[in-house]
Design a protein around this ligand. Structure first.
Ligand SMILES: *Cc1c(COP(=O)(O)O)cnc(C)c1O
Length: 348
């Protein structure tokens, strides 16, 4: 058997290139020559304004290089070193940031209560608060939720509100890891405001990289008072870009022309298309419903190995679930090729 290499990989949405609008924004910003450094440039100011306009609130906005920094710096800004951060046990902050939240807070703990289905619940937050009533325990200061979750599920505005209410009762701040926030907005069809500050979210890590930028995520504090010390922490942590305009110009462009939502819609539709095409294959089961741009497949070991041997890349997560992840650039013919590969792998 001769293997032709896969036409496109669906290992992650950060395998994608830079979307044309983002690339063009960088080129245009560069063509204008020199500009003040460290964010004191027109693109950064306008990009911050466009994010404030998108959310309809006078937020404090910062651009950093990646999502790990956005999460860790936002959490450190809201959590003293002697307190803790509540997250699910599959949260990126818990499993995939090499302790960055603990490092940047300088001593806080992550508390990861059992969360069936990968979503945090009001009961789980209450449990953490009950368990840490002693003076000697690390009392929670912040709750972090991921939207969409690491297993591809969405919190509705009502679910977020219910979590925020418990946070308010216990004096906790609510952070949202929105590495794929655009996909959530596109999938739920509600406004960015409805999914965040109107539902009680205090700070958002707003992902740009997986949406189609080269790099760069934004941190959005919906109440400016909460942002105290963030800029200083970002600089100390090596996350203040000196040529900031090349991080911010793509944000300005993608929000202005709506490409951020078009990209997310395409990614979500691609995931749905793939899921629709593989579910009729005998033996194929999805681990979770497809709500955004990920598809989690309960793929038996043998076909999984066959696919890998053919060169297909995908993550195996949560003790044996195959994840296929679709980005702004997912091509229908490549999805078709993957469907065919899954089908024949299942027959062997
Ligand atoms: C990708 C991702 C991040 C950010 O990761 P970086 O590699 O640091 O950019 C954060 N949270 C979630 C849920 C992610 O999927």
């Amino acid at each position: 058997m001769t293997n032709t290499p896969p036409p496109q990989q669906f290992g992650s949405d950060n395998y994608s290139g830079i979307c044309p609008q983002a690339l063009e924004a960088i080129t245009r910003a560069s063509a204008l020559g020199s500009a003040p450094a460290y964010g004191d440039d027109p693109w950064t100011r306008l990009a911050e304004d466009s994010i404030r306009a998108l959310f309809g609130i006078d937020a404090a906005v910062f651009f950093v290089f990646n999502g790990t920094a956005a999460n860790a710096l936002a959490l450190a800004t809201l959590c003293p070193p002697y307190c803790s951060i509540i997250a699910t046990d599959i949260a990126h902050a818990e499993t995939s940031e090499r302790g960055a939240p603990e490092f940047f807070t300088g001593g806080s703990k992550l508390m990861t209560p059992p969360c069936p289905e990968g979503k945090l619940t009001p009961a789980a937050i209450k449990l953490c608060c009950r368990k840490t009533q002693s003076f000697q325990a690390s009392a929670p200061a912040v709750v972090t939720i991921t939207q969409p979750t690491e297993n591809g599920l969405l919190y509705t505005p009502e679910e977020i509100r219910a979590l925020a209410d418990v946070c308010q009762e216990h004096g906790l701040k609510l952070h949202m890891d929105g590495a794929r926030f655009a996909n959530a907005v596109a999938a739920l069809g509600c406004t960015s405001a409805a999914l965040t500050w109107q539902a009680g979210v205090d700070v958002l890590s707003f992902g740009g990289t997986k949406n189609g930028m080269a790099m760069g995520d934004a941190v959005v504090f919906f109440n400016r008072a909460n942002a105290r010390g963030f800029a200083e922490r970002a600089k100390q942590g090596g996350q203040t870009a000196s040529k900031m305009r090349f991080l911010s110009a793509p944000w300005l462009s993608l929000i202005k022309n709506g490409a951020w939502l078009d990209n997310a819609r395409h990614a979500n539709e691609s995931a749905r298309l793939f899921a629709q095409k593989i579910t009729p294959i005998p033996g194929i089961k999805l681990a979770w419903p497809v709500e955004a741009n990920s598809v989690f497949v309960l793929l038996p070991e043998h076909p999984a190995n066959t696919l890998r041997a053919q060169g297909w890349r995908f993550y195996t997560m949560f003790g044996g679930v195959a994840r296929f992840q679709f980005g702004w650039d997912a091509k229908p013919e490549a999805i078709e090729a993957l469907v065919d590969a899954v089908e024949s792998a299942m027959l062997r």
